[in-house]
Write a protein that binds this ligand. Structure first.
Ligand code: GCB
Length: 604
């Protein structure tokens, strides 16, 4: 049976202990931690916080840029009262891969840095005592990792990663680790799908448990009042006079699942769920049958000091800023985010395009430049593709199993800017798209974010999409500076060419934008100034407003973010509408004015 992806929550039966805090830490400079037996205890007494990226704590550049194995250690006390339960160490993420050892025994290895996994430790645990937990992580990039890149060795013997993507390769135990005690017979999976008839909702549900005892599901409203009940591992719950989950006007029911034997509760688990439908119809998005227009951002999990680490304060601030500016959506570019972000999006009524970490599938160290060059890298012809695809399919599966019940998740983005110019991409795409369709009972629309090389003339994969997502930089990476006056015409020409192909689905701009250094003003404008950015945004506004099929605008990026150093980046990517410290730049006021005045059913 597959590992449970349910969020760790305590209940009448389940126990959860957060293991966040200072853990021992060391870098394996020579790659011989295994040989030296570090699984039994790591050397030194260096400590860093968990969860966080390790990269930005230190003043030593070799540490920030470190590529290879890194090790963590802590002690975990496991209460004797839990002897009859299953004990899991649940890692919400370990970037990009790693192995967990408990009391010197290897428990589990996991590939992929943005989705959860659990190490079941019953067999090795010392009850009512401290247990030694050692984690070996690794942050190297390759042609089979998601995200993709390469790892090279410099003449000095030091290793470094060269990402095929434009964000810093932060690593470590970046999300919470929890000690979870579960009953031996437990609920491992729960799935809902919603159907609306008038004012009544029918919630079709399925549960997977590890035993044979009966399952019940109870539903409570936000006031805590009982609404409905169902019995059986699968069934339909009828909710009359349903209070629907709406964009920026959320409503969450509490679903309480129990496995029982007579009056005894064997397992209990609960989830807050918004009831809504979402579909593509022609070139429109329909939420609960009504048209909706997406306004918002491509984002990153990225902040000062903790890097890509889970930071509830930053999450809270980001949602406050998104509400202030009048946004209603975002894409989890370019990887699945922390589970708590989706929980907040559910609560605040944001629409989320949920992305797998399939980024860098275009062999380029300056992908943002090559993305507009017409260059093809025949990425899907390499002999590494079967292993890459296996990892990709695993991550699609884990993503959908983790996020499928979130009302906020309206679509799956299955790649960011892959190389689609060669026919060799199509069988790969066919399998990834088919798998997402098969796994999601809600059949959410599927897409991928296309770079300019994926043009109407050359793209071999757009036909797999239920709606098209464009990352476009007319006026920045091409036709920038004084030439920007030609950008609008080129942009419209491309839109017309897509329509001429007979494509009838919503178009969403999942990226557009230009770098702006905070505080840089210049008349007449120059690239990087606030004035230039405004002229650029006005072009996009005119184009967006004149094509009926364009049903969403998600500017790149919500905030300035860290990238590798280089001559094209000024200590990071500065396309943020907010600074990395989450203060508004000039363009924020432009968006606030536009988005607050666009009706939710714009062009509906
Ligand atoms: C893109 C990428 C994104 C980059 C962005 C840029 O097309 O998808 O990861 O950060 O362009 O700013 O160049």
């Amino acid at each position: 049976m597959k590992q449970s992806m349910l969020y760790p929550r305590a209940s009448a039966v389940r126990r959860v202990v957060d293991l966040g805090g200072m853990w021992k830490f060391c870098l394996d400079w020579d790659g011989n931690g295994d040989a030296l037996g570090w699984k039994d205890g790591i050397p030194g007494d260096e400590r860093i916080p968990v969860p966080a990226s390790f990269n930005d704590f230190y003043t030593d550049k070799d540490i920030r840029e470190f590529a290879g194995d890194f090790w963590y250690e802590t002690e975990v006390f496991v209460p004797g009262e839990w002897k009859d339960m299953h004990i899991d160490l649940r890692f919400a993420a370990l970037t990009h891969r790693g192995t967990v050892y408990v009391n010197g025994q290897e428990i589990i290895s996991h590939e992929g840095g943005f989705l959860p996994f659990s190490a079941r430790i019953d067999e090795v645990v010392k009850w009512n005592e401290k247990n030694l937990v050692v984690v070996k992580g690794n942050n190297e990039l390759s042609f089979t990792s998601l995200p993709a890149g390469i790892t090279q060795t410099l003449k000095t013997g030091k290793k470094m990663v060269r990402p095929f993507f434009d964000f810093f390769n932060y690593a470590g135990i970046q999300r919470p680790v929890k000690l979870v005690a579960l009953p031996k017979e437990s609920i491992v999976d729960f799935t809902v799908n919603h159907r609306l008839e008038g004012t009544t909702a029918y919630v079709e549900y399925q549960t997977v448990t590890t035993g044979e005892h009966p399952v019940t599901v109870e539903v409570y409203d936000e006031a805590g009042s009982f609404v409905a009940k169902a019995e059986g591992a699968a069934g339909t719950i009828e909710i009359p006079q349903v209070h629907l989950w709406e964009v920026r006007n959320a409503y969450l029911y509490r679903f309480v699942l129990r496995i029982t034997e007579g009056d005894a509760v064997i397992d209990e688990y609960e989830e807050e769920i918004g009831i809504r439908t979402f579909e593509v119809q022609g070139n429109r998005f329909l939420l609960n049958g009504h048209p909706v227009y997406l306004k918002g951002f491509g984002k990153h999990e990225d902040s000062d000091i903790v890097g890509r680490g889970y930071h509830p304060g930053v999450i809270k601030r980001d949602f406050e800023l998104m509400k202030w500016i009048g946004a209603n959506s975002f894409r989890t570019s370019h990887y699945p985010y922390s589970e708590e972000i989706y929980q907040m999006a559910d609560r605040e009524g944001f629409l989320v395009i949920d992305e797998v970490p399939a980024v860098g599938f275009f062999e380029s160290l300056v992908n943002f430049v090559d993305a507009v060059s017409g260059k093809s890298t025949n990425f899907f012809e390499r002999d590494t593709v079967p292993e890459l695809k296996k990892n990709h399919l695993d991550m699609v599966e884990d993503l959908i199993r983790r996020d499928k019940n979130h009302a906020c998740v309206i679509a799956w983005s299955l790649f960011n800017e892959p190389d689609t110019m060669s026919e060799s991409a199509t069988p790969y795409f066919a399998d990834i798209f088919a798998r997402a369709q098969e796994l999601d009972v809600q059949k959410r629309p599927r897409t991928f974010a296309m770079e300019l090389n994926s043009s109407p003339e050359k793209c071999t994969c757009y036909q797999f999409c239920d709606f098209l997502c464009f990352n476009r930089y007319y006026g920045w990476y091409l036709l920038g500076g004084y030439e920007m006056q030609d950008a609008e015409e080129a942009f419209r020409k491309e839109m017309d060419a897509w329509l001429a192909k007979g494509v009838d689905c919503p178009f969403v701009f999942t990226e557009y934008g230009c770098d702006n250094l905070q505080g840089e003003y210049k008349l007449p404008s120059v690239q990087w100034s606030a004035e230039y950015e405004l002229e650029y945004l006005k072009i996009y506004e005119r184009v967006f407003d004149s094509y009926d099929c364009i049903k969403g605008e998600q500017v790149w990026n919500f905030a300035d973010f860290q990238t590798v150093e280089g001559i094209m980046r000024v200590n990071g990517n500065k396309k943020g509408i907010f600074t990395r410290q989450r203060q508004p730049k000039a363009a924020a006021y432009y968006f606030k004015n536009r988005w607050e005045n666009l009706p939710v059913d714009y062009k509906g």
